[in-house]
Design a binder for this molecule. Structure first.
Ligand code: ADP
Length: 508
């Protein structure tokens, strides 16, 4: 281990946050057969830790401990659960520096972005701790005079949560916090590429007084763990963020036990700049929206659509800023862009770029691996891209901006919607009519109008089409973890006769 890694690990160990086992029923547990898998630092390939490699048996035990814990946890008042969640939030914020370092170590992003992720991840816990106190029901007008009807919202039960590596903490809290807030218990399977931050967060959950079994963590053999979650009738809900391919498998697998399903899958975000846009603002936003997290976010720009009147001018200005981005190890001062997650991710980016070039696209900036080696790739712009090219159809998940030229507003909308995805879209215009018209024509769950990269614990997050099902964050996100129970009751009247009240029933 390098000195840097040793220092980060030592600091985490001293706060009890360097956990490498799974968490079942409040106990840290090795895989039953003793198997482990290694976790790597993507910036230099060094092994950071070996973690428990679990499978079916451990997952079954995690589910039954979550099922047992549900009895108690779901019966607490929202305020009691909220107090514990609030403590969890406080602990994450208290440890944000070390947790940020852990994210940079196993995921690679610049340290400031990692610390930002801790703050953002914690904010989901804070929000849902508060929001759970406002899970209101309804009283409905009855069609019969002797009946009353009530709607109660109740926790769905045990939740299976499967999370990716690109926001290894925020994606965990975004699922676990609303689940726990409304009384569900959870079995979490973080990505095997970045399990350490999820385990550290789980340790802090224990420290905050969230009872044993309420949050369980297993990792290792993803398909085996996934199948055990899917097959269990005790798991009533599955929530997943990751690739569309895996999301489809989970959705199909959930059919057998008819689980509730939330999916946050891939995107193919268009970022459209019209001739009448504020170019300076569009430039700034397009830089952030593309290169954030080395392009490894489902809402990162996947296609930059630029109108012909400003095409050359915009590309020149954009090239200048992209060329000045600083690439490096996330621990180095002033780094804008870290490494990609692994070699397979670099190879995918390379093959998409090669395909585009072979079909007539031109490299304007970058276009190859960075001389830092390992999984570093140069910030890249490719012009003359056509929407039929593979690079415009697949989620790139890397620091490459394909630029497509368009003539009219109609053409921009047609290109933007010509994809199976529908997560995030962005456009810049100073025409107020157009801002409404284009927003409503885009088949996307989230649209940025004169803003780039967005995200807030208070705003619904999710996609149309094959980008997913359901919404995360906000009051809409809480509904995903709740069942609606309708209660029908008989109703008796009091009738006043000779100054006395008598019970009266319509059937008498
Ligand atoms: P990505 O391409 O972003 O890594 P994946 O969809 O492969 O996205 O991974 C997201 C999460 O899904 C990870 O936690 C991964 O381990 C998990 N996963 C992958 N395959 C399966 C599967 N067959 N069943 C359940 N989970 C899976």
């Amino acid at each position: 281990m390098s000195m840097e890694t040793e220092n980060v690990v030592a600091r985490l160990k001293s706060s009890g946050l360097f956990r490498t086992k799974g968490l079942i029923g409040g106990k840290w547990i090795d895989a039953y057969d003793g198997k482990t898998i290694e976790v790597y630092n993507p910036a230099n390939g060094e092994v950071i830790a070996s973690v428990a490699c679990m499978g079916e048996r451990e997952t079954k035990d995690a589910i039954s401990s979550a099922h047992d814990a549900f009895n108690h946890w779901s019966k607490l008042t929202a305020a009691e659960r909220s107090t514990r969640l609030r403590r969890w939030y406080n602990l994450l914020i208290e440890h944000k520096e070390e947790l940020g370092q852990l994210i940079t170590l196993e995921q690679g992003k610049p340290l400031t972005d990692s610390i930002f992720e801790v703050v953002c991840g914690a904010s989901y816990i804070e929000f849902f701790a508060e929001e759970a106190k406002r899970v209101y029901g309804d009283i409905l007008p009855s069609p019969m005079p002797d009946r009353r009807m009530f709607v109660l919202k109740q926790p769905v039960g045990v939740v299976g949560a499967i999370t990716p590596w690109n926001f290894p903490l925020a994606m965990v809290t975004r699922k676990v916090a609303p689940a726990l807030a409304c009384g569900c218990t959870a079995v979490l399977k973080p990505s095997e590429l970045t399990p350490l931050i999820a385990l550290a967060a789980a340790e802090l959950a224990l420290q905050s007084g969230i009872p044993p079994g309420v949050l369980n963590v297993v990792m290792g053999d993803a398909p085996k763990i996934g199948n055990s979650i899917l097959e269990s009738p005790q798991v009533r809900k599955i929530t997943f963020t990751g690739s569309t391919a895996v999301g489809k498998k989970l959705m199909a697998g959930a059919a057998d036990t008819v689980k509730k399903v939330s999916l946050e899958l891939g995107g193919n975000a268009p970022f459209i700049i019209f001739d009448d846009a504020d170019l300076e603002a569009a430039l700034k936003a397009s830089l952030a929206t593309k290169f954030f997290n080395t392009g490894q976010a489902c809402i990162c720009t996947n296609r930059l659509l630029v109108q012909e009147g400003i095409y050359e001018k915009f590309i020149n200005a954009f090239s200048n800023v992209v060329q000045s981005l600083k690439v490096g190890n996330g621990f180095s001062e002033g780094v804008d862009q870290g490494p990609l997650i692994n070699e397979a991710a670099v190879q995918k980016v390379e093959s998409l770029v090669q395909d585009a070039i072979s079909k007539g696209a031109k490299v304007v900036v970058g276009g190859k691996r960075h001389n830092l080696g390992f999984t570093f790739y140069e910030p890249t712009i490719i012009s003359d891209v056509k929407n039929e090219m593979l690079i415009a159809r697949h989620e790139i998940f890397g620091p490459v901006t394909p630029v497509i030229r368009f003539k009219t507003e109609e053409e921009a909308i047609q290109i933007a919607n010509d994809t199976e995805y529908g997560l995030a879209a962005y456009f810049f215009t100073n025409n107020i009519q157009r801002s409404w018209r284009v927003c409503e024509a885009l088949e996307y769950g989230m649209v940025g109008v004169n803003v780039g990269l967005f995200g807030s614990e208070g705003a619904p997050f999710g996609g149309f089409k094959q980008s997913g099902l359901g919404r995360e964050c906000s009051k809409y996100g809480l509904d995903e973890y709740l069942e609606v129970r309708t209660k029908h009751t008989m109703f008796f009247y009091f009738r006043k006769k000779n100054h006395t009240y008598k019970l009266f029933h319509l059937h008498h």
